[in-house]
Design a protein around this ligand. Structure first.
Ligand SMILES: Cc1cc2nc3c(=O)[nH]c(=O)nc-3n(C[C@H](O)[C@H](O)[C@H](O)COP(=O)(O)OP(=O)(O)OC[C@H]3O[C@@H](n4cnc5c(N)ncnc54)[C@H](O)[C@@H]3O)c2cc1C
Length: 288
């Protein structure tokens, strides 16, 4: 690994200043579970690494009186897996956190690192899309908010400028009569990355689907929403037949590739199966 300067800011302001002064190829370090392998195998050779571990705001979770959830970018997957407020209203996010790596990895791996690394297979991205989260970003020009669906611009690419960092994810409260679910397929039970991941969120009103969200991972360069499937559900009474139709429509949103972990056809099949399963679970959790 090439030697680098390590900077340890103690606040968000210090971090923004450090980023502004650092060379353009500098990297932020959260849990390091993606970054350190990239440094060790020489994929990245930054002259400066800025460690986020000394910034308390990035590690906080706030679930204020029905106002929604604010999750600091350095909150770990393990915290999301176990946190009561997250499990109560944002269960798909807790489920995705629980699937990352092993317990040892989850104790380091952060939500922000998962999102900013922007791997197409990132497990915590689909629930954020299904929950309509916004990325809160800061930099020398101040703070800006970006809908998470617009945050990813390509494989390992995001809207973040070199002098910006992700502060937190703001997630609206899905409200009562709403339920979500995240499932993925991996050949191994753990320590494997998703061949396909699907998050679904359903909100019911008067026995019908008021809002549907379905988000897919590992079937396109960036996580995608299955909007045709969502539209087929909205306004309707959600029956097993309708779920089956929505699962068929979800396949249309997938643009999978064939690689060593699965063919494009297998991935399309998985989208259909996992969409049906996550919608069925989301419906039950919404209290149907
Ligand atoms: C053994 C193993 C198993 C794994 N299993 C899974 C899995 O099952 N599912 C899965 O999705 N991933 C998995 N991963 C990948 C990784 O653990 C996750 O993506 C993790 O969430 C990354 O978080 P981190 O805090 O370690 O990120 P880091 O490695 O610290 O950072 C990742 C990238 O994000 C940038 N970054 C971090 N925080 C910020 C911020 N606040 N603002 C701007 N940029 C930022 C960094 O500069 C870096 O480019 C695995 C990794 C390992 C080593």
């Amino acid at each position: 690994m090439r030697r680098f300067e390590l900077v340890l800011p103690g606040s968000l302001d210090e971090c923004v200043k450090a980023l502004a002064q650092a060379p353009a190829d500098s990297k932020l370090l959260a849990g390091g579970t993606d970054l350190l392998p990239q440094l060790k195998n020489g994929l990245l050779k930054p002259a400066c690494v800025i460690d986020l571990s000394g910034i308390p705001r990035l590690r906080s979770i706030e679930a204020g009186n029905g106002q929604g959830l604010r999750v600091g970018s350095a909150v770990t997957a393990r915290t999301l897996e176990l946190d009561r407020a997250v499990r109560a209203n944002y269960l798909s996010l807790a489920e995705s956190g629980a699937l990352v790596g092993s317990v040892q990895v989850r104790n380091l791996a952060t939500l922000g690192g998962n999102i900013c690394n922007a791997a197409p297979s990132a497990d915590m991205a689909p629930p954020l899309l299904a929950l309509d989260a916004e990325a809160v970003i800061t930099g020398p020009k101040g703070e800006r908010r970006v809908p998470i669906a617009a945050f990813f611009t390509g494989v390992r690419r995001t809207v973040l400028a070199p002098d910006e960092l992700l502060v937190e994810l703001a997630i609206p409260n899905p409200g009562s009569h709403s339920g979500g679910s995240y499932l993925r397929h991996t050949p191994r039970r753990e320590l494997d990355i998703a061949v396909v991941g699907v998050a679904s969120q359903l909100t019911l009103a008067n026995g019908r689907c008021a809002k549907a969200r379905i988000a897919l991972a590992a079937v396109a360069p960036v996580p995608v929403r299955a909007t045709a499937a969502e539209q087929a559900l909205e306004g309707q009474a959600v029956t097993p037949d309708l779920i089956k139709r929505a699962a068929d429509l979800a396949v249309e949103a997938a643009r999978p590739i064939s690689d060593q972990r699965g063919s494009a056809d297998f991935r399309r099949h998985l989208v259909r199966v996992l969409t049906r399963r996550t919608l069925t679970t989301a419906l039950a959790r919404a209290g149907a």
